[in-house]
Structure formats: C-alpha cells, structure tokens
Ligand binder design. Structure first.
Ligand SMILES: [Zn+2]
Length: 248
C-alpha cells in the first residue's frame, strides 16, 4: 500500500480520484465497474483468430470482456499511473487462476506450473517503475497455489533491448521471433507453462509467446488474461465444462 505523499495529497484536492470505468468521482472504483472482475473466467480463444494456428490448441481464459469500463480500468492501471488499481485487477486474476487450476491438472501431471508473463517493453517497465506483467504472473501463481497447484512465476520471455522508434509496444513485440529471448535457467523439464497477459484481442501476442517457448522446457498448456475482446462478428465465448458459476 502506497502512502500518498504531500504532493499526491495536494493533487487529490485539485484532481479528485475517480472510477476509471465510469468517471464517478471520489471513489477509487465503483461497485458497478468492479462487478465484472468477480465473474468466473471464461474460455475466449475462439474469439482470437491468431491462436488458430497453434497445434495443439491453447486454451485461453479471460476474467472479463474488454468493454468500456474494463478497458478504462486496465488502461488507467497500466498507463495512467493508477497503480492502486492493482488492488482490483491482481486479486481478480488470482481468483481466476484458482478457478482454472483444475483444468490444468491433466496437463501438468505432477509438475509444478510455471506462470510466464508476456513481457512489457523494458522502457515501459522503467517508466512505470514496476513490472506489471510480472505482477500479474505472481497473482496467477498465487491463485494456482490457492487451489493446491504448486506454481511459480518464471519470467522466461524477454523483449529485446533494441528500440525501434515509432512502433508501438505490442507492435514491436509482435514484430518477429528474433525480438524475443527465452531465458529458462535451470528448469529441467518439461514444465507446463501458463501464459499470462493483460488483454487478448487477435491472440497474436499469446501465439508468439507460445511459439517462442517451442523447443524450451516450458510447454504452454494454457493462457490467462484479464480481458478479452471478441473478434468482429464472433458470438463471444463459451463457458468451459465444469466451470464454477461463481467464485466464493
Ligand atoms: Zn465506475
């Protein structure tokens, strides 16, 4: 918990805190915009066309749909300095990881699960002062552990240090496999890997991450994201068989 310094306290007198989803003032977030984060995770890979090429297919679970309030919350957390929203989204991902743990049981056999974040650009992490993808991976690993599945975060995917000015963060990440390094250390193997990202749209980032792990001891068995956008024309997502209807 960050204790706001004098400057932050003064700033709040001038610019009141507001819900990142709907703009309601004087609350960090409102009940209505919090509600989607308490929904059980849903399978969403059918809405991500770039995941179709993966063999075997990668199951992807998403906590929320990427609608306006959810998008606003993630954007504010990532890029508008609202680090306090980590107290909303990280526990949501933790609950979701606990919910998907049974679905990973067959794939993991007796191995612990490596939770692998899709990395942010180094420059973004420096600017933010915190590694948000790693934060999500830790939350997911904690959720798996909550459900009795041993897990730990493994920052195996590293973006290149080379900067290509003018390209967006995700654009560079997608640009080519040469821009991704895999550092698995002394994992032994094979180790089942749960990929974690903030958002899935086309699935290109997750597909590239899974591809980058090919040949490493880490074997992608699924992915978990905060939010997913349905592909244009797609009729949304399917609830996995046996998924709980609500989380406690
Ligand atoms: Zn709101």
């Amino acid at each position: 918990m960050e204790y706001p310094g004098p400057v932050a306290r003064l700033a709040r007198l001038v610019v009141p805190v507001a819900c990142p989803g709907c703009g309601l003032v004087d609350v960090r977030w409102c009940e209505g915009c919090e509600a989607p984060w308490w929904e059980p995770p849903l399978r969403c890979e059918t809405g991500a066309p770039r995941l179709d090429a993966l063999d075997p297919p990668l199951p992807v679970w998403s906590v929320a749909e990427l609608d306006g309030p959810v998008h606003g919350t993630i954007a504010a957390w990532k890029d508008a300095g609202r680090r306090d929203l980590g107290a909303l989204v990280a526990p949501a991902l933790r609950r979701a990881a606990a919910a998907v743990a049974p679905a990973l049981a067959a794939a993991r056999a007796s191995s612990p699960v490596a939770v692998v974040p899709c990395p942010a650009r180094a420059a973004h992490t420096r600017r933010r002062g915190v590694d948000l993808p790693l934060t999500l991976a830790r939350a997911a690993a904690a959720g798996l552990a909550d459900a009795g599945t041993p897990a730990r975060e493994v920052a195996a995917l590293l973006p290149s240090r080379g900067a290509s000015r003018g390209a967006g963060d995700r654009g560079r990440w997608r640009a080519g496999p040469a821009r991704v390094r895999v550092a698995v250390g002394r994992l032994g193997g094979p180790v089942p890997a749960l990929l974690v990202d903030d958002v899935v749209t086309t699935g290109a980032t997750l597909a590239r991450a899974a591809g980058a792990l090919a040949g490493s001891p880490l074997v992608p068995v699924g992915a978990l994201v905060l939010a997913s956008a349905p592909a244009p024309g797609e009729v949304l997502r399917v609830r996995p068989a046996g998924a709980p209807s609500a989380l406690g």
